[in-house]
Structure formats: C-alpha cells, structure tokens
Design a binder for this molecule. Structure first.
Ligand SMILES: [Zn+2]
Length: 61
C-alpha cells in the first residue's frame, strides 16, 4: 500500500484521513523529512510541525 501525505500538515501515514489533523491525505507527494524533536528543530518550526513523525515537503491534491 502506498504511503499518503496530509494535504494540510503534510504528515505521512497510510490513512485516508490524517491521524493528526483529520484532513484528507493524498498519495501524490514528494520530498520527505523526518522530525524527531520538533521543539528543538528550526525546520520543524518553519514548517509548523509540532508532532514527531515523517512529513512530505510537497503534497499535490
Ligand atoms: Zn494532517
């Protein structure tokens, strides 16, 4: 099964709805960043990421 990325927060999961923000996910995404410690990550801050996890850089609808 293909991984999917949330259209709003870009969190990557296998679900049709994002487990974090409940928005729809898309199987058409690119780029990948892994956030392990969002409180101490400048990148996470820039991307408004507050939960550890894997995120797409770009998500198409
Ligand atoms: Zn989301």
């Amino acid at each position: 099964m293909a991984e999917r990325a949330c259209q709003r927060c870009k969190y990557i999961s296998y679900d049709k709805k994002c487990p974090i923000c409940d928005s729809e996910t898309s199987s058409d995404w690119s780029g990948l960043i892994v956030v392990t410690d969002p409180d101490n990550s400048k990148l996470a801050e820039e991307l408004n990421i507050t939960m550890p996890g894997r995120y797409a850089l770009k998500v198409n609808k």
